[in-house]
Design a protein around this ligand. Structure first.
Ligand code: ZN
Length: 239
């Protein structure tokens, strides 16, 4: 089974559509979403509609919860906060109820999904170091799981010591692993292309994929919506 894993769409519809096309080309048979459908970008409503149409497992991101009023805005920087408030006004009550109903951790068959970490999903901490990965491996009930939130593609491998890999194709060889696909709509690893991951359960590999999309279009939508221009500029540099 080839599973497409993606998240941190951040209301970037051109990037989201490019990733959906690319996953089709990769022969993905099922998809999981790691949350943060909204926030930062200008196509909140369209991205929610798109992801709901897919009827796939999805966990809540911090931006999803903030927009839905389930998370305090005090931890958000001013640009993120402006985007949360803009997004709230752009959505219907039904969209807000749907966002509010998402949970930040889920286990789907053989895989665990979280937005931030497995060990403290509701606090939306970042899983960025081997120690963070260690804490999540301690509580993860499946062999393989995925997190988002950092917008940086990487896979942590359990062991003594815990290691990590950014190889485009990584053979797990039976090892426990937590992968992060990076971000669809706001990459932060200085590669502006939209990112997703494929987990192939037969080959036991995780692969990192990047796809070009119309960044000018996404940036223009942000400017036209009256969102902070920095949210458009950062898409071009992938930061
Ligand atoms: Zn995010």
């Amino acid at each position: 089974m080839r599973t497409g894993i993606f998240g941190d769409i951040h209301a970037n519809l051109p990037a989201f559509d490019a990733v959906l096309d690319a996953m089709k080309r990769e022969g993905v048979e099922q998809m999981f979403c790691l949350g943060d459908v909204v926030g930062y970008g200008a196509d909140a409503k369209a991205c929610i509609d798109r992801v709901r149409e897919l009827e796939i497992p999805i966990v809540a991101g911090n931006h999803d919860w903030a927009v839905a009023g389930r998370l305090d805005l005090e931890y958000f920087n001013p640009h993120a906060r402006a985007a949360v408030e803009w997004t709230r006004d752009a959505l219907t009550q039904d969209d807000l109820d749907w966002l509010r109903g998402l949970e930040p951790l889920d286990q789907v068959g053989e895989l665990t999904l979280a937005h931030g970490t497995m060990h403290d999903p509701e606090d939306f901490e970042y899983l960025q170091t081997p120690y963070d990965a260690y804490l999540s491996f301690q509580v993860m009930k499946t062999r393989v799981g995925f997190v988002g939130h950092s917008h940086i593609p990487v896979t942590f491998l359990d062991g003594m010591p815990i290691t990590y890999s950014i190889d485009p194709v990584l053979a797990l060889e039976g090892r426990r692993a937590i992968g992060n696909p990076g971000s669809v709509g706001q990459p932060r690893d200085e590669d502006p292309r939209a990112a997703f991951m494929v987990y192939d359960s037969e080959a036991d590999t995780v692969s990192i994929h990047r796809t070009e999309y119309d960044i000018d279009d996404a940036a223009k939508r942000i400017i036209d919506a009256g969102l902070p221009p920095i949210l458009a500029d950062r898409l071009r540099v992938g930061r």
